[in-house]
Design a protein around this ligand. Structure first.
Ligand code: FE2
Length: 379
């Protein structure tokens, strides 16, 4: 098993955070989807993930099927139901395709469960052991916002490709990587006045600390607004911004999400690359759709961010945004929603020193989202 951690040079110690679990990194992200077989083809073909493991009828499962995809340190699991009833169907019925599990890699899944439940987490899965010829994995889990859950994975005594019960897939179909490296952060959208409650949950139950906070003055356009706080664990490997809608003249993107997702859930997954121009060129060539930014953004951007290593022209052509903080700069771009409902999307990010989240781009970004909302009749 590869170690799903942020590279050393990007690690940051967050002083107020208490790493009592401790969290070693993101282990995997599992989406419940209507058709895992075809979704897996999309992530392989368009995104350059590799299919590495499978579980389904052929491995003895009767009620569901899961495809495990990997690119560098990012592992996605796509799961679909095989029967008409049950939790997976109910999840898809309520939310459409979406993230069910944000699995966290821990040293000790039993202790992680005890420590978080003791601090008020609602149990999702008591510690349990699964074994196969490659060793044993200890699982446990707790609920977080909406119907999303965190599963703690202790895999120090396991050498298999993913988890017990999955068979490795050695397929001849291999697409070229798009250079995606690891999950930089994962954002949750929660309902009106719920941001603080969930930030407190991450602080109290998981020992996270708040890195930054943005209010509706930071994140508003003429029409819409939202608020956001970024929570991080102590070693900085897990960063969860939490958004809530704020009052504006029109319906914000967070409300649109909550309406279509039927509640709180994962809004976007930010994937890191070492070369955003190459990664985004490749993704666009393979049909991944991104939000477009008006050419006028690039007329003034360098006055705001100063000198950068890249030529502006390819950034402008691809629609990549730039922002700077005290520590350096970052390049980022956002896809359109990747599901039928206007819910989850991806961010591609390349950090060149900056540890922030692109505050300087919020206005241009939200105006781009409003143009999309207008098309959908949901602004
Ligand atoms: Fe983000």
């Amino acid at each position: 098993m590869s170690t799903n951690i942020t590279p050393q040079h990007l690690e940051k110690i967050v002083p107020q955070a208490e790493d009592f679990l401790p969290l070693l990194g993101t282990d995997y992200v599992e989406l419940y989807v209507g058709n895992a077989k075809q979704a897996s083809y999309y992530y392989q073909t368009a995104w350059g993930f590799q299919l590495i493991a499978y579980a389904g009828l052929e491995t003895g499962l009767k009620d569901r099927v899961s495809y495990v995809l990997r690119q560098d340190k990012i592992t996605l699991v796509l799961t679909s139901p095989l029967q008409p009833d049950g939790d997976i169907n109910n999840h898809i019925n309520a939310h459409g395709d979406g993230v069910k599990v944000v699995a966290l890699w821990v040293e000790d899944a039993t202790k992680s469960y005890q420590e978080t439940v003791k601090r008020g987490a609602e149990s999702y899965m008591k510690p349990s052991i699964q074994e196969d010829e490659y060793g044993r994995v200890v699982f446990s889990g707790i609920h977080t916002y909406g119907e999303t859950v965190h599963v703690f994975i202790e895999r120090k005594n396991y050498t298999g490709v993913f988890l017990p019960g999955y068979k490795p897939v050695d397929k001849s179909y291999q697409t070229k990587t798009t250079g995606l490296k690891f999950i930089d952060h994962m954002v949750g959208n929660v309902g009106w006045n719920e941001m603080n409650k969930w930030c407190e949950f991450y602080a109290k139950v998981m020992g996270f600390a708040q890195l930054v906070s943005f209010d509706d003055k930071d994140i508003s356009t003429e029409y819409t607004a939202l608020m956001s706080k970024v929570m991080s664990n102590g070693n900085g490997r897990i960063k969860f911004p939490i958004n809530e809608p704020a009052e504006g003249r029109k319906k914000s993107q967070i409300e649109e999400y909550i309406d279509f997702y039927n509640g709180a859930g994962v809004q976007h997954i930010a994937l890191a690359t070492d070369n955003i121009i190459e990664t985004v060129s490749e993704l666009q060539a393979r049909g991944v759709e991104f939000l477009t930014i008006p050419a006028s953004y690039y007329e003034t951007v360098l006055e705001r961010v100063g000198e950068i290593d890249e030529d502006l022209e390819p950034l402008k052509k691809l629609g990549i945004l730039i922002d700077r903080d005290d520590e350096g700069y970052l390049l980022q771009i956002f896809t359109k929603p990747v599901l039928d409902r206007p819910t989850m999307f991806f961010e591609i990010i390349q950090r060149k020193g900056a540890q922030s989240f692109g505050k300087g781009n919020f206005k241009a970004l939200f105006e781009a989202i409003e143009r999309e909302q207008k098309e959908r009749g949901t602004l």
